[in-house]
Write a protein that binds this ligand. Structure first.
Ligand code: AMP
Length: 197
């Protein structure tokens, strides 16, 4: 431990409404890990009333993705400040292969990447999203977000699987059970990263 401790970057994958944000938030609070939600980051930008914020709000309300170049630029600063033995939970990023490539390029050398894929039946997701009441949670936007997810983000499951770092967790269970499994994955990854090579 101590000097030999390593850090790790954990990517939370899964469809909208699967509970990634909840899982990341609970784990980050209880373990002092960093938690970056790009959705939150974008909602803050939108709330600021800036020109960029207005554009971002329109994209989010449609359920489309913010362009990769902008996303990578927004996240780059946060990636650059991660300490060598810190844990960063990435919630909502990457969402495309281009973003995943950019992530691996920036942190691949310093921090191992681990991906956790949360799964749940689509009927459960739609119910949860409709019950949440965010401005981009209208039935039309939800349908579109699920479609964009399937087309652009779902392929990342195979992207991470091909790299041998994918872990799958069923999210159609009580929050505490999901959290327990999630913590196991992160702690195992941390133990691996801490082992002298
Ligand atoms: P979320 O809170 O993760 O559901 O994100 C809300 C919205 O923000 C998404 O529907 C997208 O419009 C946008 N967004 C969040 N993260 C990303 C990302 N990594 N790439 C592109 N758009 C994103």
């Amino acid at each position: 431990m101590g000097a030999e401790e390593g850090g790790v970057i954990v990517v939370l994958l899964g469809p909208p409404g699967v509970g990634k944000g909840t899982q990341a938030g609970v784990a980050a609070d209880s373990h002092g890990w960093k938690h970056l939600s790009t959705g939150e980051m974008l909602r803050e930008e939108a709330a600021s009333g800036s020109e960029l914020g207005r554009e971002v709000q329109e994209i989010m309300d449609r359920g489309d993705l913010v362009p990769d170049a902008l996303m990578v630029e927004m996240v780059a600063g946060r990636l650059a400040e991660i300490g060598p033995d810190e844990v960063l939970l990435l919630d909502g990023f990457p969402r495309t292969e281009a973003q995943a490539e950019a992530l691996a390029e920036r942190v691949g050398g310093s921090h191992p990447l681990v991906a956790v894929y949360f799964t749940a039946p689509e009927s459960v997701l739609t119910q949860r999203l409709l019950g949440r009441g965010r401005s981009d949670d209208t039935p039309e936007a939800i349908r579109h977000r699920l479609e964009v997810y399937r087309r652009s983000t779902r392929p990342l499951v195979d992207w991470f699987r091909a790299r041998g770092v994918l872990h799958e967790i069923s999210a159609d269970r009580p929050v505490e059970e999901i959290q327990r499994d999630f913590l196991h994955v992160v702690q195992d990854a941390l133990a691996d990263a801490s082992r002298p090579s």
